[in-house]
Write a protein of this length. Structure first.
Length: 469
């Protein structure tokens, strides 16, 4: 696969070249300590940001009653149309922001994106009709759709290879905890109040982050990075330069397969985020406390599975066994699909049966998510990594947005929620598992190419600096 990239020329002469004074050990130690605070604030903000993603789920029926919807309109409008707008607008935002991630100060870009979306979230609680609710909820999607690729671009520069899977797992845990926290809060307060409550923490933490942090050095943790550099060799002076560099992403079969697994793989998650809690209450006769417990246990399964998946991922990355990792990811996806189908279709006599299936589904289905983002970090160079994550976020958001919308249509056409869920889960995660398995044949060449390209960029700056002196 490497030879498909040989025609590309690196336009490194168009990138910034600046001399950097060397840092003292004391300054370096201070920077490392500051980085820890920045990582905590960035992770907290992202966790709080995800609190508004599932805030509607416990109250679909209550919101529907407020707007005068029947059961079909509830699932179609609140479950389908709102989710489609939320993620499609968020995905579109991520592509607009992609033009800036690999060029602008990511700290302020992240802050502005979060605040814009979270203010919209708070205002959703004041909506007077479905039209206002629709557009405010849609605008909230900007926070997640736009902020996630910025977050991942920065996170890759905080951690080296061998630590990225674990670090992104902890970030994923923060997102899961935030999602669960928002859903739990919404289960015990009036639905309008919940939108205000979940938006405030993210606004506060992102403002603290903006005022105390600085944009981390691009490529600073790569093995090929010049440690005396300020990272400017991985920045672009013009959008034209960025365009030609980013265009190379789509020549990589590994990148394309990662994008292709994201869209179908995200569809079943729409069931969990939008329909599952209401389904357990209305179709499986669980009360509010029991349905919340099942979702929280599912979150614990996600947490445990993600931590284990991250440890396995780092272990295999450190030993250059990326091919084995993709096979394990594919198998875990199929096993998770089986457990999820059991949770949807089996009428357990006690809540314990649903809880057992929930923790098993969460633990197995989280393995791929724990390692797919570190894979992107390993097969991209810092100058296009933000753009890569923006495209990944777009594919992911399209799946999350189209998922509930498609599922709502399936429910209507197949005559019930269970039938629609079964088809979405089977098709979505089967296609995801196939695409992840196909990565087995191209991932090694993709990793080698990214490292070689990064070395060429770094060496080109070293030569340029020597020519200036």
């Amino acid at each position: 696969m490497e030879k498909t990239h040989h025609h590309q020329t690196l336009n490194v002469e168009k990138m910034k070249v600046t001399n950097l004074p060397s840092s003292s050990p004391l300054a370096e130690k201070k920077t490392n300590n500051n980085n820890k605070l920045e990582i905590v604030l960035l992770t907290l903000t992202t966790g709080f940001l995800f609190a508004d993603q599932n805030v509607m789920a416990p109250n679909l029926t209550a919101i529907a009653d407020d707007f005068g919807f029947d059961e079909i309109e509830r699932d179609k409008k609140l479950g389908g149309e709102i989710s489609l707008a939320f993620f499609v607008i968020g995905g579109t935002a991520s592509m607009a922001i992609a033009l800036l991630i690999d060029k602008a100060d990511r700290r302020w870009l992240f802050t502005g994106t979060v605040i814009l979306g979270e203010v919209s979230c708070a205002l959703t609680g004041l909506s007077r009709n479905f039209s206002e609710f629709f557009w405010l909820r849609a605008l909230t999607g900007i926070s997640i759709g736009g902020a996630l690729p910025i977050f991942m671009s920065m996170f890759a520069d905080y951690f080296p290879t061998g630590q990225r899977a674990r670090s992104t797992v902890f970030a994923g845990i923060a997102m899961s905890v935030g999602t669960g926290l928002g859903q739990t809060v919404a289960s015990f307060v009036e639905w309008r109040i919940s939108f205000v409550l979940v938006s405030v923490p993210a606004i506060l933490t992102t403002l603290i982050f903006a005022l105390t942090a600085k944009d981390i050095k691009r490529g600073g943790k790569e093995s090929y990075s010049d440690k005396t550099s300020d990272g400017s060799e991985f920045e672009h002076k013009s959008y034209k330069d960025l365009f030609f560099a980013a265009k190379d992403l789509f020549r990589s079969p590994a990148i394309l397969l990662i994008f292709m697994q994201g869209l179908p793989g995200s569809i079943p998650w729409g069931i969990i985020s939008v329909f599952l809690q209401d389904y357990l209450k209305e179709e499986r006769s669980l009360n509010s406390e029991e349905s919340v417990a099942v979702l929280l246990i599912f979150g614990l399964g996600l947490l445990g599975g993600s931590m284990f998946g991250g440890l396995v991922g780092d272990y295999l990355f450190a030993r250059q066994k990326e091919r084995m990792l993709t096979v394990v990811m594919s198998v875990a996806t199929l096993v998770g699909m089986g457990f999820f189908l059991l949770m949807i279709n089996v009428s357990f006599s006690t809540t314990g049966g649903f809880i057992l299936m929930a923790i098993a589904t969460g633990a197995t289905s989280s393995f791929t998510g724990a390692n797919i983002k570190p894979l992107i970090m390993e097969i991209t160079t810092p100058d296009v990594r933000g753009t890569a994550f923006a495209w990944f976020s777009l594919a992911d958001d399209m799946g999350k947005g189209l998922g509930p919308f498609i599922i709502s249509l399936l429910i209507e056409s197949l005559g019930g929620r269970a039938a629609g869920f079964n088809l979405a889960i089977t098709v979505g995660w089967s296609l995801c598992a196939i695409n992840v398995f196909l990565l087995n044949f191209v991932i090694v060449d993709a990793v080698k190419y990214a490292r070689r390209r990064g070395e060429e960029i770094s060496k080109a700056k070293t030569v340029a600096l020597k020519d200036l002196t």
